[in-house]
Design a protein around this ligand. Structure first.
Ligand SMILES: [Zn+2]
Length: 848
């Protein structure tokens, strides 16, 4: 071995000059190039792949292209959280640019069901989108070559392409992550390029550059639309209705190159067969182009488009064809791999080459692609006609904010929503006029809306690249029903758009107190504003009633009380603050003229518990999961405007924990010792609330914090015969890749305040299942005895989950440990279970 080492090092380092490639390496030579358009080399004063381009550089180049080229226009469609522009560069011929709006409209109209628009002169729209994962650098770097080629290439081939096609180049879908990674990669470059895979440059510091500002994976957000990046791009998607969308990624360094189609048995049944046929035809072009430059590749073996929240799958459920590309990722200028030394330049060339093969395919399949899109929407209407489900109805009278957030999501997906204008009872559920909505099946987004509303119970394959179900009414915990007929349902004559409610103050003009209910999604935002203003707030642990504006208003457990007296502010100041909070949170406040309630507890009762303003500490970095802690950060910061301190796990030993009353752990904390655990235990004993999520609940158990134990994993079935090359299936049988289960709640428990139904759908994405503690009141939320709702799970795992706790609460000294075994804030979209999480922050310390 000793002899081998110097040899390997020799291979891994090469001279800088050899690490680079001239422009001729990348560009096809079957066209000539307009010299008025600056090459990337000229513009950046470096060769492609020499230094990682920054987002600012990408931006300045595409702006320059738009300035110089009469084939291109440029616009900004959104801003990232860190205020970086997300942009499109739109290419078509100079003649087409003169009437781009008409062409766009013509293309849009062509596929509208029943549209008389003739196919002649309808342009095809192709969208080339790069770098949704910020650290997959070959992707974003290739975008400048695509922009250069489309602006500068000359000759019959490019003329024909631009005459019939509109090409949208989105150079970077994730500017914040891209910035983190390009900085990291460049700061580790030596003048002697070193591809040693132990080099620090290949180990990005936590959280890396893959995700966005709040550490979310934007390539799961196309359906969820939690973030401004995705909201902007999906809005533009529906405006342009591209026929093909490319989505460029990177995978392991030792791999080759992948293009779709993915694994055929893992196709989503809602995607039409024609999509796969055309994806196959397009693949012939990628193969031809990659063969020509000698790049090895594969397709159909890995990856799938089952989950519609990805860049390559959202187009599939919207009449377009999404194509995933996965290039081996090198992350530095050069890297040693099992395929030899690879250069960033090589990856860039591959990503650029498949951009060109996509455009060639588009040109050759112009009519087929236009027809597919038109058929997609026409067939959707036919399928809807055949469907037994004629509509979905949903809505919550007690959580209008969350209902409107869901209407907003449907609006953004171009799904038609109507107001229900007459009270209706369906399957024993009441849907009130004014707070419920109807989505008729018969509309062009039939397929997408079906995937949003429907539970999924049948699967032809049990391996999933991502989650197996995403029923949104469960995620939002909204009452809903499917309708087999619209008879008896009254709909608004017009479609409705989301309108976030504005709350108001009702009742006395000379109140002694204000109260508001905890059921609205935005309740934590409202409460925190009052607490931050220094007001004393209390929560009702019993029920009461008051007549307000001649109506008997019943107030449940969890109602928040703000007295007008004994406060650091005057009654007038409190009134104006409450008015502003009501308005910005959408919550109605009730102004009560007396403390004496006609029924239930009085306002001075000891059953009102004083609340603490949360001072939250969230451990990040180290062995925590950036996705999990990012969701928590986003929840408090973006949804509720509640501050929290993010600190490195390594700081625990030297911190004064008494500054915080709530500590949140999400991770496995393998770096923490018994001494660290003891410090946390002392802090809990002094009255703190420790919230341990998923893996952290296992860590706490290992550290003897509390007494939770966990169920064993399902043993693989030894009697089941599998061939050697099927061994991956064994693992998947015991895997939960995202499924939905029903839990039941004790509504009188502080952690369940604000819920009005005692059933709650919970999303489970791991096999972690706790044993019951068998202690009274310790498990206020448990899975039901037959909890299955939607998604794939093996019989054995379902048995493990039945009756298991969702939450355990254990007193430790004057404080308590609250353990969650599932991700209640999954992808910022599980608004239903999120309330459990925020309740543990606001009400954890009143649990006795
Ligand atoms: Zn990726």
């Amino acid at each position: 071995m000793k002899k081998l080492l110097p040899l390997l090092l020799l291979v891994a380092t090469i001279l800088l000059s050899e690490a680079q490639e001239k422009l001729s390496y990348f560009l096809p030579d079957d066209v000539s190039y307009n010299e008025k358009i600056p090459t990337p080399e000229d513009f950046f004063h470096q060769q492609m792949g020499e230094w990682h381009l920054s987002h600012d550089q990408l931006l300045s180049y595409v702006k320059e292209i738009a300035r110089l080229s009469d084939r291109a226009i440029f616009y900004e469609y959104a801003r990232s959280y860190e205020n970086r522009p997300l942009v499109h560069l739109v290419f078509t011929s100079k003649e087409n640019q003169q009437n781009l709006d008409q062409l766009k409209e013509r293309h849009y109209q062509y596929s509208e069901p029943g549209s008389p628009t003739a196919k002649e002169d309808v342009p095809l729209v192709v969208s080339l989108t790069y770098a949704v994962h910020g650290n997959e650098s070959s992707s974003g770097n290739a975008s400048v070559l695509t922009a250069y080629y489309l602006a500068a290439a000359e000759g019959e081939k490019i003329d024909q392409l631009l005459k019939n096609t509109i090409v949208i180049v989105d150079p970077c879908l994730n500017p914040d992550g891209f910035t983190r990674h390009s900085t990291w990669a460049n700061m580790h470059q030596s003048s002697v390029a070193n591809g040693d895979s132990y080099s620090r440059q290949f180990d990005e510091v936590w959280p890396g550059g893959r995700s966005n500002h709040y550490w979310f994976d934007l390539n799961r957000d196309y359906l969820l639309l939690v973030h401004p990046e995705s909201r902007g791009r999906v809005e533009k998607f529906h405006e342009w209705k591209p026929n093909i969308v490319t989505d460029h990624h990177e995978m392991g360094a030792n791999s080759t190159f992948f293009f779709q189609p993915g694994v055929p048995s893992r196709n989503n049944p809602l995607t039409p067969e024609r999509n796969y046929e055309l994806t196959h035809e397009i693949a012939q072009f990628h193969a031809k182009y990659l063969d020509k430059i000698g790049t090895p590749y594969f397709s159909e073996e890995q990856f799938d488009d089952y989950y519609f929240g990805k860049g390559s799958s959202y187009p599939d459920i919207n009449g377009s064809i999404g194509i995933l590309f996965e290039q081996a990722g090198f992350r530095g200028r050069v890297r040693e791999t099992s395929n030899g030394i690879r250069k960033l330049a090589y990856g860039i060339r591959n990503q650029f080459t498949v951009s060109l093969s996509t455009l060639d395919a588009a040109m050759n399949l112009h009519d087929e692609l236009l027809d597919m899109q038109k058929d997609f929407y026409n067939d959707a209407l036919k399928l809807a006609k055949q469907s037994k489900t004629k509509a979905y109805i949903f809505g919550s009278e007690t959580d209008k904010v969350k209902t409107q957030l869901f209407v907003d999501l449907l609006n953004r997906h171009q799904i038609e929503v109507y107001a229900n204008t007459k009270d209706a009872t369906i399957d024993g559920k009441e849907f009130k006029a004014g707070s419920s909505f109807v989505v008729p099946a018969e509309q062009k987004q039939y397929r997408l809306l079906t995937s949003i509303f429907k539970e999924v119970h049948d699967f032809s394959d049990t391996t999933f690249y991502d989650v197996s179900t995403w029923t949104f009414t469960h995620a939002y915990d909204l009452q809903s029903a499917s309708l087999s007929s619209l008879a008896g349902i009254s709909l608004s004559s017009e479609e409705v758009k989301a309108l976030l409610p504005e709350g108001k103050i009702m009742g006395s003009s000379q109140p002694v107190a204000y109260v508001f209910r905890w059921n609205e999604y935005s309740a934590p935002k409202a409460l925190y504003q009052l607490q931050a203003a220094g007001l004393t707030t209390k929560v009702a642990t019993g029920e009461f009633m008051f007549p307000v504006n001649n109506k008997d208003e019943k107030f449940e457990n969890g109602t928040i009380l703000v007295s007008v007296y004994d406060q650091p502010k005057s009654p007038d100041q409190i009134k104006s603050l409450v008015a502003s909070v009501a308005q910005n949170s959408g919550i109605d406040f009730y102004a009560l003229p007396t403390g004496l309630s006609p029924q239930g507890i009085d306002l001075g009762s000891n059953s009102f518990e004083k609340l603490l303003r949360p001072h939250i500490l969230l451990f990040v970095g180290g062995s925590t999961s950036s996705l999990d802690v990012g969701e928590i950060w986003h929840l408090f910061d973006q949804r509720f405007q509640i501050p929290l301190t993010l600190t490195e796990t390594e700081n625990l030993g030297r911190m004064d924990l008494l500054r915080y009353n709530t500590i949140v752990l999400a991770g496995n904390f393998r770096e923490w010792t018994e001494v660290d655990a003891a410090k946390l235990k002392d802090w809990i004993s002094d009255g703190g609330t420790l919230i341990a999520c998923e893996n952290a609940s296992e860590w706490a158990s290992r550290m003897k914090l509390g007494a939770v134990t966990f169920k064993k994993q399902v043993e693989p079935d030894k009697t089941r015969y599998l061939k050697y090359n099927e061994r991956g299936k064994e693992r998947n049988l015991n895997y939960i890749s995202g499924a939905i289960f029903q839990a039941q709640m004790d509504l009188s428990h502080p952690l369940c305040y604000g819920y009005t139904e005692n059933k709650l759908p919970v999303f489970k994405s791991t096999t972690l299942v706790a044993n019951t503690l068998d202690k009274k009141y310790a498990e206020p939320v448990q899975f039901t005895s037959s909890p299955y709702l939607s998604g794939w799970v093996s019989e054995e795992n379902l048995e493990r989950i039945a009756n298991a706790p969702v939450i355990s609460v254990q007193p430790i000294g004057k404080g308590r440990l609250i353990s969650y075994y599932d991700n209640l804030n999954f992808r910022g979209t599980w608004l239903g279970t999120t309330k459990l999480f925020t309740n543990s922050v606001f009400f954890g310390n009143i649990i006795r």
